[in-house]
Design a binder for this molecule. Structure first.
Ligand code: FES
Length: 168
């Protein structure tokens, strides 16, 4: 009887990346959709995967990293368990979305440039118009839309998540 060893983690990862690349014909012109598919798979873009993608597409790693950091919807760091999106589209911006963002970031102790808490519980992002301008300013926590937010009510959403996290 023959024994086929199970592919290890790195092997499985390589297979998934190959599948994604094959689906897009390994064409450098498909770089953005390839990165989207990689992010769907991993929830972020691991550095070593970006290097593998660059090699497979025969483009420089700098170009792949450049695209990955240019588009705000790509994350090159792992995201937290809970995703907090603050809309900074025009309607939300004029209704004071920035103080809400600052209050959330302060509550979570995020330093300048830091989007994910060090315990990986929360990632805070700003996004363009969510199409719910009538509810401005809008905060989305784990896909739940909350409208007419204030700094206080937004921080309360964070407290609610934290309370659920410690609940038995
Ligand atoms: S601008 Fe925030 S939902 Fe449209």
């Amino acid at each position: 009887m023959t024994h086929t060893p199970k592919p290890d983690c790195a092997g499985r990862r390589l297979t998934k990346i190959r599948d994604i690349l094959d689906r897009h014909g390994r064409r450098a012109s498909r770089l953005v959709p390839i990165l989207q598919a990689v992010q769907e798979e991993y929830r972020y873009l691991p550095r070593e995967v970006l290097t593998e993608v660059a090699a497979a597409l025969e483009v420089s790693p700098a170009r792949v990293f450049g695209v990955a950091t240019f588009y705000s919807h790509f994350a090159i760091e792992p995201k937290g368990k809970h995703l907090v999106k603050l809309c900074d589209g025009t309607a939300c911006h004029v209704k004071d979305s920035i103080p809400i963002l600052e209050a959330i970031r302060r509550r979570l102790g995020l330093k300048a440039g830091q989007r994910t808490t060090s315990d990986r519980l929360f990632t805070v992002e700003t996004v363009a118009c969510l199409g719910a301008c009538g509810l401005a300013p809008v905060v989305v926590v784990d896909d739940q839309v909350h409208g007419q937010m204030t700094p206080e009510s937004a921080v309360q959403l964070i407290e609610d998540v934290l309370a659920r996290e410690v609940a038995p």
